[in-house]
Design a protein around this ligand. Sequence first.
Ligand SMILES: NC(=O)c1ccc[n+]([C@@H]2O[C@H](COP(=O)([O-])OP(=O)(O)OC[C@H]3O[C@@H](n4cnc5c(N)ncnc54)[C@H](OP(=O)(O)O)[C@@H]3O)[C@@H](O)[C@H]2O)c1
Length: 254
Amino acid sequence: MDLHLKGKKALITGGSRGIGLYTGKLLAAEGCDVAFCARNQEDIDHATQTISDAGTGQVLGIRTNLADETETREFARQAIAEMGGLDLLIHNASGFDMAGDEAGWMRSFQVDMMAGVRLVEESLASLKASDSASITFVGSMASKYHFGRPPTSYGPAKAAMRVYANELAQSYGRDGIRANVISPGAVWFEGGSWDQRKQENPKFYAAVEKSIPLGRLGTAEEIANAIAFIASPAGLWINSTHIVADGGQVAAVD
Ligand SMILES: NC(=O)c1ccc[n+]([C@@H]2O[C@H](COP(=O)([O-])OP(=O)(O)OC[C@H]3O[C@@H](n4cnc5c(N)ncnc54)[C@H](OP(=O)(O)O)[C@@H]3O)[C@@H](O)[C@H]2O)c1
């Protein structure tokens, strides 16, 4: 299947590791120019090389802390200016609040929510000029399911993202801009949070594996495949939607 991504320009937050890195590699391989951000320069340099090796387009890794408004807006402006436009906006990074304290709530608000809002504001003119514009937020099943942990801001921030995506889809559909959220379930990749849990608590990890109908965790590559399809022109009729990619982990019908 041709995703019709050749020559498209993609911006990804959190592209130096995990789901963001796999998405960057896949989009580059499909012919996109890719701009991404992260905070750690060493990881950015490594990811820039990895994504560049996957395709032939332009790859820009820009050091940015998405908790900071000025840096976030500057990232979008620089990426759009250097790529000469934007077709795919993918907000993937998260504040990953697992503590539920004041700092965690503020980080979720800034990184998961406000960085998305700021990136959309900076991107709108370019997206309106695109003939295949899409906004894709990477959410979480924590936006619809209680996993038995004490309350934190992680799920609520991801849930807010779903409402915001619907607002965007309804407001800018006539400008040709789609907006969706894709929520992964538990995803394993080397060095990721589930890899860490596997090392620290193999019993818990095995129980999670067993609870998933497909008998294992998802991979970053599988999530990247879903993101690329939804964000691409091939996913044109998917709009204003929450897409689950959890291998059936959450036993619910919607
Ligand atoms: N992995 C899972 O099982 C899973 C499950 C459900 C949902 N998700 C969602 O999928 C997305 C990606 O998860 P992941 O597991 O791939 O994450 P990850 O491996 O921790 O990677 C996160 C990426 O975001 C960057 N980042 C984090 N905070 C940032 C900030 N303040 N400013 C700029 N960049 C920042 C990181 O680089 P730096 O640290 O260098 O900044 C890194 O590139 C998240 O939205 C997460 O909620 C993941």
